[in-house]
Design a binder for this molecule. Structure first.
Ligand code: 5GP
Ligand code: ZN
Length: 114
């Protein structure tokens, strides 16, 4: 997807502060952090949102969430905890239409969301 900002980050044509990458997924710091720890995990493949995962994507969510967990601990959230969020489409507050997992931590977060 040519005009997708996260595809461009995955391709390396837009810079990002990367935490991890392999052949299938990528993790990088959010450009507008909402907490002391705030990073994103994406698949390299352009999948618009979680509702559009298909059978061919089996294992991808588990891979994203396992790496999210590992990196959350690495980033210092092992004791205090963190929030793992996937926003989806308009009602879910998604602003970038490329599936991504947010990890937020380093402070107490409110609930429920507004
Ligand atoms: P959403 O609202 O779609 O769940 O989250 C999109 C996230 O992507 C936002 O937290 C936003 O700050 C982040 N973001 C948008 N554009 C960029 C960018 O170019 N680089 C990085 N690192 N984060 C971005
Ligand atoms: Zn994309």
């Amino acid at each position: 997807m040519n005009d997708c900002i996260f595809c461009k980050i995955a391709a390396g044509t837009i810079p990002a502060r990367k935490l991890f990458e392999d052949e299938a997924i990528l993790a990088f710091h959010d450009a507008t952090p909402q907490a002391p720890v705030h990073f994103l995990l994406i698949p390299r493949k352009h999948i618009p949102n979680i509702l559009e995962l298909g059978p061919e994507d089996e294992g991808l969510l588990e891979r994203l969430l396992n790496k999210a967990r590992e990196l959350a601990v690495e980033q210092g959230c092992g004791e205090g905890g963190a929030r793992f969020v996937i926003n989806c489409k308009a009602d879910g507050g998604q602003s970038v239409d490329h599936l991504h997992v947010h990890v937020l931590g380093g402070r107490a977060l409110g609930w429920p969301p507004g």
